[in-house]
Design a protein around this ligand. Structure first.
Ligand SMILES: [Zn+2]
Length: 211
């Protein structure tokens, strides 16, 4: 194994996800941009807790995880979410983690269900159960170029409770980034309208909406 590890290092040396410098999966300078803290925003009845402000470093880490499936980048995101969970102090609650569903086309392109994978690892590390209880009801547009109004319109009624699921307890939504909160708002609406209790959302990053 040692030999294979060193061969791997030779062929595929570890590079920083932020700036591609050789060595660590995140170098000390990019660590300054990706340093998990605890930020809270309130988006229409929902407290959204996040670990790091969005930056070009954060954007590269998220892409490396989401689109390239790189384990080191996954780990940075998982640790950031676990960190926020520990700060959020949900001790008196009966928490269940609910991942935000991704579209079938994104799942095919990535070869996996990104947020479900991330939330699953967060659950394993934090000992909290996972409930994959939301599904998309229709196609939604990629939101990266959309402003707040367009995002809200794009997400309206887009999620529903997945058939056969019954997510009891205090639900905490899990996603990679919050921008306007349109996606989280819609996820909260779908679960609450089915009679379930959503208490918060946790994301690795928080970004400023387009104006
Ligand atoms: Zn770097």
């Amino acid at each position: 194994m040692l030999f294979i590890d060193s061969l791997n290092q030779l062929l595929f040396p570890t590079r920083c996800f932020g700036c591609a410098a050789l060595g660590l999966s995140i170098c000390s300078s990019c660590r300054r941009d990706w340093h998990p803290g605890y930020y809270t925003r309130h988006i229409s009845q929902l407290s959204v807790h996040s670990a790091v402000p969005y930056s070009s470093t954060a954007s590269r880490i998220i892409l490396a995880s989401k689109e390239d499936g790189l384990e080191g980048a996954d780990n940075l995101i998982i640790s950031a979410i676990v960190h926020v969970l520990s700060k959020a102090d949900f001790d008196d609650h009966n928490i269940r983690l609910v991942p935000i569903p991704s579209s079938p086309s994104a799942r095919r392109r990535r070869g996996r269900n990104f947020i479900l994978d991330i939330a699953g690892s967060v659950g394993q590390r934090s000992g909290l159960p996972l409930s994959d209880s939301l599904e998309l009801t229709r196609r939604v547009r990629d939101q990266s170029g959309l402003d707040a109004t367009a995002r809200s319109y794009n997400m309206q009624g887009a999620f529903a409770l997945k058939k056969g699921t019954y997510p009891r307890g205090d639900l905490v939504l899990i996603d990679d980034v919050v921008t306007t909160g349109a996606t989280l708002h819609e996820a909260g609406r779908a679960l609450r309208s089915a009679g379930f209790n959503v208490i918060a959302a946790i994301t690795a990053c928080h970004a400023q909406p387009l104006r």
